[in-house]
Design a protein around this ligand. Structure first.
Ligand SMILES: *Cc1c(COP(=O)(O)O)cnc(C)c1O
Length: 380
């Protein structure tokens, strides 16, 4: 089955009970047992729910894994994965990971003795130097947020396997449509389903897929024990979103290409970050591991532009956190998504106050360009 077909016919195709083509929302907390322990595979919705299971089967198939798990948010998914580790374990992270990942590791999981290093994972030597006897895993985000840095997944998997380290990839930006880390040997892939997978800014969700049966069992145990599951209605919304992921990603990319060319040639834009630009520093890895580039673009405004005024003039780009939906969004990472990262650390990473991140939606590219062009003009 080709990828676009799998988005629509993967997972549980129709409801086994009624034949309903759209998997019903099984809004039930519990399920009747014929006699003690004899049931149709469902007992209690924290442990398993048919609508959630349809989504979990679908994402497992899309990521070529053994089993999928749906959580109440991307952060719940990330936290559950990090619960695979114990006090004293050390984990290596990509330095410009999602701000919430940095926060949960440094402000919550540190209380439970999880050790961490945040380093430039696009440099394999830097990773090698960071591996200690307590190191248990490498957690990658590629492309990263907001600087769209890319890590060579395959060579990190090779390194990790030599040191018997688990590899985890946050695949939110690329989506399973453009990148499949498990096919490169990664152990666990995760997503904020809130973004491209949902695609309509109407659901907060997280997904995890495990490559092995052992990890699948452990993750199910953690999901059921800690309980941050995705509800049936939100599971249904995510299934519905995923059906159109292919057409959306293709169209997002068309728009992104047009807008990147416009920004790259604009005198008020100092620098553009986009994995599809052949000037991208890791373009050769992008070509190797991604089939497409997404529609997340960051750019540095020239000093003459006042960021607040620029944002106020925009009409179609909504100032909001989040990304990957049909409507174009704009944000200032230093003040919004990455505000939880200390200013000195932001400076080291290159996340300046004039760095703008856009999530290019599915509006007509001409309208989006007109909007940006108007807002980049200085008031006379
Ligand atoms: C949004 C996001 C998360 C967190 O997901 P939530 O659904 O907001 O909890 C994690 N990683 C990346 C890359 C994200 O963009």
């Amino acid at each position: 089955m080709k990828r676009k077909t799998k988005l629509i016919h993967g997972g549980v195709r129709t409801d086994p009970l009624t034949g309903a083509v759209s998997i019903p929302i099984y809004q039930s907390s519990t399920f009747k047992q014929e006699s003690v322990g004899v049931h149709n595979g469902f007992e209690y919705s924290r442990t398993g729910n048919p609508t959630r299971q349809a989504l979990e089967t679908l994402i497992a198939e899309l990521e070529s894994g053994k089993a999928g798990f749906a959580f109440s948010s991307g952060m719940a998914a990330i936290t559950a994965v990090l619960m695979l580790f114990k006090s004293g374990d050390h984990i290596i992270f990509t330095d410009d990971v999602y701000g919430g990942t940095f926060r949960v590791v440094n402000k919550v999981l540190n209380r439970f003795g999880i050790q961490s290093s945040f380093i430039d994972t696009s440099n394999i030597e830097v990773i090698k130097n960071e591996i200690r006897t307590q190191t248990k895993a490498i957690f990658l985000e590629t492309p990263t947020n907001p600087l769209l840095k890319v890590t060579d997944i395959k060579s990190i998997v090779d390194l990790a396997q030599r040191f018997q380290l688990m590899t985890i990839v946050d695949n939110t930006f690329a989506t399973p449509y453009w990148q499949n880390p498990l096919e490169l040997g990664v152990d666990v892939v995760l997503h904020s389903g809130t973004k491209y997978l949902g695609g309509h800014s109407d659901v907060v969700a997280g997904l995890v897929v495990a490559a092995s049966e052992g990890l699948a069992q452990e993750l199910h145990f953690i999901q059921n024990s800690t309980g941050s599951i995705l509800g049936p209605h939100d599971s249904w919304l995510l299934i519905r979103g995923i059906k159109t992921l292919g057409v959306r990603m293709e169209e997002h990319e068309q728009n992104a290409r047009t807008i990147v060319t416009f920004l790259d040639n604009h005198e008020k834009v100092k620098k553009v970050y986009y994995p599809g630009l052949d000037s991208h520093p890791q373009y050769q890895w992008v070509q190797k591991q991604m089939r497409g580039y997404g529609s997340m673009v960051s750019f540095e405004l020239s000093d003459e532009i006042n960021v607040d005024e620029f944002l106020k003039k925009l009409n179609y780009f909504t100032l909001a956190e989040s990304l990957g939906a049909v409507e174009s969004l704009i944000s200032v990472p230093a003040k919004m998504t990455h505000a939880s990262i200390p200013p000195e650390r932001r400076k080291e990473l290159g996340i300046s106050d004039s760095l703008i991140r856009i999530s290019i939606g599915l509006e007509d590219a001409d309208d989006l360009i007109e909007d940006l062009d108007f807002s980049l003009k200085k008031d006379e």
